[in-house]
Design a protein around this ligand. Structure first.
Ligand SMILES: *Cc1c(COP(=O)(O)O)cnc(C)c1O
Length: 387
């Protein structure tokens, strides 16, 4: 066997060692973790749907009818009627021609990049994009150019540099998080899509943290920005966050979806997710559309948290979403702070490099519709009591 221990030891010494906590309760803002009952601020279940009774019921009913496993890949015999209906619903909800389901967001991103660009092409990415987008660029073989976080002037000059008359056959793909997953701020999609159209490149948005939460009907950041398929031809969003189920989808034109079905290896060579997941997702989409109060309450909690944190020793980041991180900087310091919170019965996961840039370790606080103002009071009290 390889000598693996030195690297593990190095990680431990650098405060980078990661450990999994064992959760023995249903997903909620109150979790039993390693046997201890805790108030949690770490989940992406922003709308409190992961344990919703109606969604569970549709999951169970579909399991009775279809069984658990899908049995095969989508192109063999794994593509059920429920997957099909779920794709129709996602296309309608996002106002796109078609949608295609994936087992998870990581693979959806790999699929997009690997099917659409190759080694003669260029991918432009924000430096703070999710790791799955970085990996997507790597497996595509395209040249990856990264611009400073939200620095669209830099993107503009990158695009200008890459666009010359003699390389019109070079494809340029801009890939960005909609809501940045570790910071909570949003990409300026209106300007970004404008830059894309001016430079003849194509804009792809990963709306993992906006879908379900943002926009008048919950269709996400693109709905909030008023951007359709014309402006943003490739939309990816995940279903394991605000939607509360599992998986992801890509939405766009018929030609885009057909290209992914024909050519995207991360789509073709993997077993379809359980059909019951698709049934649960359909049910969840109904609830997302119907229950405006979930988005409204979340918004109220975000504003309440921001107001209560004003004039404390902790500085918030410029975020108006449910992701409200507090940057601490030092890896060991953030670990210490999260341990102190645990002693007060509060769980906030410390996020360290390489998930975030070196020197910007943070508590990634996330709020959920299921929180109450008194929960936020309790969190702030514990934060202020910490050393
Ligand atoms: C969570 C996340 C993903 C990955 O989605 P999974 O379904 O969890 O694999 C991709 N992109 C972003 C921005 C994410 O936050």
């Amino acid at each position: 066997m390889f000598d693996l221990k030195p690297e593990l030891d190095r990680r431990r010494e650098a405060g980078l060692y990661r450990q999994r906590s064992i959760v023995s309760s249903a997903q909620s803002v109150r979790l039993t973790i390693n046997g201890q009952s805790l108030l949690s601020f770490s989940s992406n279940d922003y709308l409190g749907l992961a344990n919703h009774p109606d969604i569970k019921k549709s999951f169970i009913n579909a399991t009775e009818q279809y069984g658990v496993g899908s049995g095969a890949a989508h192109l063999i015999t794994g593509h059920s009627q429920l997957h099909h209906e779920c794709e129709l619903r996602l296309a309608e909800f996002t106002g796109r021609d078609r949608a295609l389901l994936f087992s998870n967001g990581y693979m959806a991103n790999l699929a997009i990049a690997s099917a659409l660009v190759g080694r003669h092409d260029i991918i432009h990415q924000d430096k703070l994009n999710h790791s799955s987008l970085i990996d997507a660029a790597k497996i595509s073989g395209a040249k990856l150019k990264r611009y400073r976080h939200s620095d669209l002037d830099q993107l503009k000059s990158q695009l200008a540099l890459s666009t010359t008359d003699d390389n019109t056959s070079v494809r340029q793909l801009i890939m960005t998080d909609g809501v940045f997953s570790m910071d909570g701020d949003c990409a300026d999609l209106n300007r970004l899509s404008q830059l894309a159209s001016e430079s003849n490149s194509v804009c792809m948005v990963d709306d993992a943290h906006g879908f379900g939460v943002l926009g008048a009907t919950g269709a996400g950041l693109l709905e909030q920005c008023g951007l359709g398929q014309q402006q943003v031809p490739i939309l990816m969003a995940t279903l394991g966050k605000a939607i509360g189920t599992s998986g992801a989808f890509v939405a766009g034109s018929d030609a885009l979806i057909e290209t992914l079905i024909q050519q995207a290896r991360p789509y073709i060579y993997t077993t379809a997710s359980p059909p019951a997941i698709a049934a649960a997702t359909i049910c969840s989409l109904d609830i997302v559309k119907r229950d405006h109060w979930r988005r409204d309450k979340l918004q109220t909690l975000i504003v309440y948290f921001q107001q209560r944190m004003k004039n404390t020793k902790f500085k918030l980041m410029p975020s108006d979403t449910a992701i409200q991180p507090i940057v601490i900087g030092n890896n060991n310091q953030v670990l210490l702070l999260s341990e102190q919170l645990l002693k007060s019965g509060i769980q906030v996961t410390p996020i360290r490099p390489p998930t975030v840039p070196a020197g910007s370790a943070r508590l990634r606080i996330t709020l959920s519709t299921l929180h109450e103002k008194t929960d936020i009071d309790q969190l702030i009290k514990a934060l202020l009591a910490s050393q």
